[in-house]
Design a protein around this ligand. Structure first.
Ligand code: HEC
Ligand code: HEC
Ligand code: HEC
Ligand code: HEC
Ligand code: HEC
Ligand code: HEC
Ligand code: HEC
Ligand code: HEC
Ligand code: HEC
Length: 431
């Protein structure tokens, strides 16, 4: 598809007059006579998106790709008079890439849907500010995240910015204590180097890296690719809420929302953490050891009471489901058809799933509403199953009685047959 698009583009725009194989830049730079290391061209020819769109070496570096090879003279091709410029240093890279990528008219000719805001966003990021305002070249520039030759779109699984590879791309710097030494967060503490290590163990990391599920966030989903790093407290919750929308909405309407803003707490991170986010459990609600609520709420306060009520509701719902399941199972092993009971049990379990999100209202009344409804359903299932077990017992007793009757009759018959037989025997002997 891309190749076809590139060919059509070349026809329509009349761009890129020189085909890759006719380019003196490529011929010379991959010739072992001239270069012992041809990795630049190898990377470029292995599917660089620029190549596919007809962007040649000369479009980035300048120069004349039609001459120089036959003459054996690099200066003919790499001629400053023909626009050739030596490659930029790290400070110059963003402007070098942005020359095209921030040029809306130019980019529109290739792909009207591709955003052209990378440079604008980059300038607002910690990386961009440090590089462009303080001249710190240890921060990330475009080529650290994308490469320079062999640049691939994010959808390509080999791309450095594909979701499977982003964590490693960021970790090349962020997990290197030497590289990160001396840097401080806005709050003034040393920037840790454990984000990758923690992320890979998190629910999100496991889902993204082990299950290769793109629904899970990787570094740039929370931090942004080009801008907005690091997330400030408001944007963190916004990024969690993009995927966990109902949790966000519940939280925003909860008694935590306003006081937490004043206290400067982060909406989600405060309870779930940032990189080491683990699967949530019921144990996090309530007043037992390990529950979150008692970190901030002492006995006798409204928060403590709410935690207690919510815990009781959830525990009772779990217990009711377990009890119903037990009876349904018994009934099934005895041959009672359990389809409908299982269906209703599913509904009760849905309440259990739903209440885990509704916890974020931090409103015991809303939690109880859902747990009570679930308990009612589970109780009804249990009663029905017990009734059918009861029916079964009546039928089993009936069956037992008739079995005994049948056996008595059979025994009687057998005795009769025996008597007849012995008489016959006797006659036979006697005869
Ligand atoms: C006949 C061979 C030849 C041709 C044709 C040629 N180059 Fe080069 N190029 C070289 C050699 C040799 C070097 C390394 C020595 C140097 O830096 O001048 C080089 C270096 C470069 C560098 C790195 C310069 C630096 O300062 O690090 C760039 C960029 C480059 N070439 C781009 C191009 C482009 C673009 C074209 C086509 C328009 C091209 N070359 C055509 C031989 C060639
Ligand atoms: C999308 C723009 C782009 C294209 C297309 C491109 N280059 Fe480069 N090139 C760069 C940038 C940026 C650098 C410097 C930064 C770096 O290497 O990380 C660079 C650096 C180089 C260097 C210096 C050595 C090196 O490895 O960094 C050489 C040689 C070079 N390019 C040759 C080529 C040749 C030959 C082609 C065509 C096959 C080409 N480039 C196509 C952007 C490009
Ligand atoms: C000469 C103009 C030009 C320069 C300079 C340039 N690009 Fe591109 N770039 C393009 C065009 C055209 C495309 C194709 C549009 C597309 O992929 O949809 C493209 C595509 C890309 C893509 C793939 C986008 C996608 O998801 O489809 C990335 C990533 C990219 N460029 C990064 C860079 C980086 C990093 C630099 C600097 C090292 C750079 N580009 C320099 C013109 C340029
Ligand atoms: C800190 C790493 C990082 C830096 C620095 C960076 N990018 Fe990106 N870029 C990404 C990631 C990650 C994506 C993929 C987003 C996605 O998954 O769709 C991306 C996507 C892109 C795309 C595809 C379109 C888009 O906006 O999603 C282009 C084009 C691009 N970057 C160009 C650039 C240019 C030009 C620069 C320098 C001004 C740059 N990038 C700097 C990480 C980076
Ligand atoms: C080339 C190395 C490099 C790469 C690659 C890199 N970073 Fe950075 N990043 C840095 C450095 C150095 C800083 C420290 C800048 C400062 O605080 O002054 C930084 C700062 C940050 C910050 C701000 C930390 C704070 O509290 O101030 C965030 C967030 C961040 N990077 C995220 C990312 C993400 C996400 C990626 C990958 C998409 C990434 N970085 C890729 C070098 C890099
Ligand atoms: C689920 C969202 C999420 C993901 C995924 C994520 N982060 Fe973060 N990150 C955060 C939050 C939240 C903070 C704390 C921000 C604050 O306190 O202002 C943070 C902080 C940071 C910081 C600042 C220093 C620190 O640790 O507090 C860096 C650097 C950073 N993250 C890098 C990364 C890298 C690299 C990855 C991928 C390996 C990553 N993050 C993945 C949410 C995320
Ligand atoms: C006061 C602590 C607290 C805060 C703040 C908080 N959560 Fe939770 N979260 C919990 C508890 C407790 C559970 C476990 C409920 C259960 O399993 O019974 C949970 C469970 C979850 C779950 C798993 C259940 C589900 O709904 O799928 C997700 C996802 C989640 N929280 C996301 C968020 C997001 C997003 C935010 C920010 C808007 C947030 N949480 C804020 C305490 C909190
Ligand atoms: C790009 C989407 C996305 C973003 C952004 C995101 N998550 Fe998730 N999160 C998921 C997916 C997908 C899962 C796994 C499926 C599920 O359980 O909902 C998950 C799982 C979770 C779980 C465990 C759920 C459980 O059932 O135990 C918690 C807790 C959680 N996320 C909290 C957060 C927090 C806090 C943030 C922000 C710092 C965040 N998430 C950002 C998509 C996202
Ligand atoms: C990080 C600290 C923190 C955690 C953890 C926390 N809360 Fe709170 N909570 C607060 C603050 C601060 C307030 C507002 C001041 C107050 O009423 O105590 C509040 C208020 C409340 C209120 C309103 C109290 C009232 O009297 O109006 C309820 C209800 C509540 N929290 C329930 C919970 C539950 C349930 C949990 C556990 C799932 C929890 N909180 C976890 C800090 C926290």
């Amino acid at each position: 598809m891309r190749k076809i698009a590139a060919i059509l583009l070349t026809i329509f725009t009349g761009a890129a007059g020189v085909h890759a194989k006719d380019s003196s830049c490529i011929s010379c730079h991959r010739s072992p006579d001239w270069f012992s290391d041809t990795s630049v061209v190898v990377a470029y020819l292995s599917g660089d998106t620029h190549l596919n769109f007809g962007i040649g070496c000369e479009d980035c570096h300048g120069g004349d790709p039609r001459i120089g090879m036959a003459e054996g003279d690099p200066t003919l091709a790499m001629d400053p008079a023909k626009g050739y410029k030596p490659p930029p240093d790290r400070t110059g890279i963003p402007a070098f890439c942005a020359r095209c990528h921030s040029d809306i008219d130019f980019m529109k000719r290739y792909n009207p849907r591709l955003p052209t805001d990378q440079m604008a966003l980059y300038k607002t990021s910690v990386h961009g500010k440090q590089l462009l305002e303080s001249g710190d070249t240890k921060v990330a520039v475009c080529t650290d995240c994308h490469g320079a030759h062999g640049i691939l779109p994010a959808a390509d699984s080999r791309s450095k910015v594909n979701f499977r590879n982003v964590p490693r791309t960021c970790a090349t710097c962020h997990s290197d204590p030497v590289h990160m030494a001396g840097y401080k967060t806005e709050g003034g503490r040393a920037i840790p180097v454990d984000q990758y290590e923690e992320f890979v163990q998190s629910v999100h990391g496991k889902l993204a890296l082990e299950k290769e599920d793109q629904a899970a966030p990787v570094c740039n989903d929370c931090h942004g690719s080009h801008g907005a790093t690091p997330p400030n407290i408001a944007s963190v919750s916004a990024s969690c809420g993009e995927c966990h929308a109902s949790n966000r909405d519940f939280f925003n309407a909860s008694p935590h929302a306003a006081p937490w803003k004043e206290l400067g707490y982060a909406d989600c991170e405060q309870c779930h953490g940032s990189h080491l986010i683990m699967a949530a459990t019921d144990k996090m609600v309530g007043v037992d050891n390990g529950a979150l609520c008692i970190q901030c709420h002492d006995p006798g306060t409204g928060g403590y009471q709410a935690a207690l009520t919510m815990q009781a509701g959830i525990d009772s719902l779990r217990a009711a489901i377990a009890a119903a399941e037990e009876v349904v199972h018994q009934a099934e092993t005895k041959g009672v058809e359990g389809g409908e009971a299982r269906f209703d049990l599913g509904a009760a379990k849905d309440n259990l799933v739903r209440v885990r999100a509704v916890v974020h209202t931090f409103d015991p009344a809303q939690v109880t509403e859902i747990t009570s409804a679930g308990i009612k359903t589970a109780e009804a299932v249990r009663l029905t199953a017990e009734e059918s077990l009861g029916d079964l017992r009546v039928r089993q007793i009936g069956l037992g009685i008739s079995l005994i009757l049948i056996m008595i009759v059979a025994f009687g018959l057998w005795r009769k047959i025996k008597q007849v037989d012995s008489r016959t025997d006797f006659t036979a002997h006697g005869g």
